[in-house]
Design a protein around this ligand. Structure first.
Ligand code: KG4
Ligand code: ZN
Length: 347
């Protein structure tokens, strides 16, 4: 089956065409992304109104490019998928309405995809991985640990109580005068830094519930920076290295705890999957690899361009749902908030 996927929940306007065979193997026929990075950079973050207008302007052309690159036409599609949330509502409305229009015209089903489900299922597009698996979703908007048990079946194990990890990278970068998005900037600076120079906290480390808390760490970086002001290039590098080391230690501890909980409740995962923009971080990938070996579990991290927001993940989630007969009516609602989890795993 051939599915078009549309992604407009944040600051990427994206469309892709995915082919899924009867055995459940996926192939990316096209994956076109337009990042609005420059439109938002001056503001140090995503401005919802600017994002929505930019999606309106760009989306038609992006879809056309995705169809062209896939070498197909609308009449050959089996379904049209769009992220229907969670996300910035203006953008969500643009993508979902466009998908509805196409679906209506070509007479093929609409699939209103949860953006988090799209991140969660990407690993099944890139790797042959069976349910259940443990998902660590780490992006600018989300920090979640979930047991992915089937399409549409997600159990929350833990998550952040305040900032998302990507958000903490972005805020830390901003307070140190580094550019947006902060993740790549902090990672770059951390390479020249001494991680142990500043004593930074490791919030939630060792706690029974595998939750996260990032706001205290960000504040600790700010207090250190203020204490030693004015800060030099080397100070910035040391603070970035210290921040990244704290985040890395916390991630490993929290994921280990999540695996423990799953094992205790008889839900042995087949793999640990990492998704979201923060998964692009090399230091985090490296420690996760060591940890997975120690736990005796395969670690699956899709390539960076499929970890950050993209259309292929939406098309793929759409195809996985369509293959199970899960389609949506044309009055499906765009949703700013849309939790994915069904029942939590008892800790
Ligand atoms: O998944 P994504 O593209 O967008 C959503 O938030 O949905 O993730 C973007 C986030 C940003 O907060 C960015 O700073 C972070 O991912 N990020 C990174 C790195 N690359 C992107 N964080 C740490 N290290 C990186 N190399
Ligand atoms: Zn995302």
């Amino acid at each position: 089956m051939l599915v078009l996927g549309i992604e407009t929940t944040c600051d990427e306007t994206a469309a892709a065409v995915i082919e899924r065979d009867e055995r459940g193997q996926g192939e990316i026929r096209s994956n076109v992304i337009l990042s609005q990075l420059e439109a938002h950079q001056a503001f140090g973050g995503v401005v919802p109104e600017i994002a929505a207008r930019a999606h309106v302007e760009a989306l038609d052309g992006i879809i056309e490019a995705a169809m062209d690159q896939a070498g197909t036409n609308f009449s050959r599609l089996d379904g049209v998928a769009a992220s229907a949330g969670p996300g910035l509502i203006g953008g969500v409305i643009v993508g979902l309405t466009t998908a509805k229009a196409i679906s209506l015209v070509i007479g093929k089903p609409l699939i209103a995809v949860n953006h988090l489900e799209a991140h969660a299922l990407t690993a099944r597009l890139t790797h042959k991985i069976e349910f259940p698996f443990l998902l660590l979703l780490v992006s600018g908007g989300h920090t979640l640990l979930m047991s992915v048990e089937d399409v549409g079946q997600y159990r929350r194990i833990g998550g952040t109580r305040d900032d998302a990890i990507g958000e903490a990278f972005d805020k830390t970068a901003k307070l140190l005068g580094l550019p947006y998005p902060g993740g790549p900037a902090v990672e770059r600076c951390a390479k020249d830094g001494e991680p142990s120079r500043f004593k930074l906290p490791r919030p939630m480390f060792g706690e029974r519930l595998p939750d996260f808390s990032l706001s205290g760490l960000k504040t600790a970086v700010r207090l250190e920076a203020e204490r030693i002001a004015p800060i030099s290039r080397q100070d910035i590098a040391d603070l970035c290295a210290g921040f990244q080391a704290s985040v890395t230690d916390v991630i490993v501890d929290r994921v280990q705890r999540a695996v423990e909980i799953l094992r205790e409740s008889g839900r042995e995962p087949n793999a640990i999957v990492v998704a979201g923009g923060v998964a692009a971080n090399r230091a985090i990938r490296d420690v996760m690899e060591e940890m997975a070996i120690a736990l005796g579990l395969p670690l699956v991290i899709p390539p960076p361009e499929l970890c950050t927001d993209n259309g292929a993940m939406v098309a793929w989630a759409g195809a996985e749902r369509l293959a199970r007969g899960l389609v949506d009516p044309l009055d499906a609602k765009p949703r700013a908030r849309w939790p994915l989890e069904t029942n939590p795993v008892p800790a």
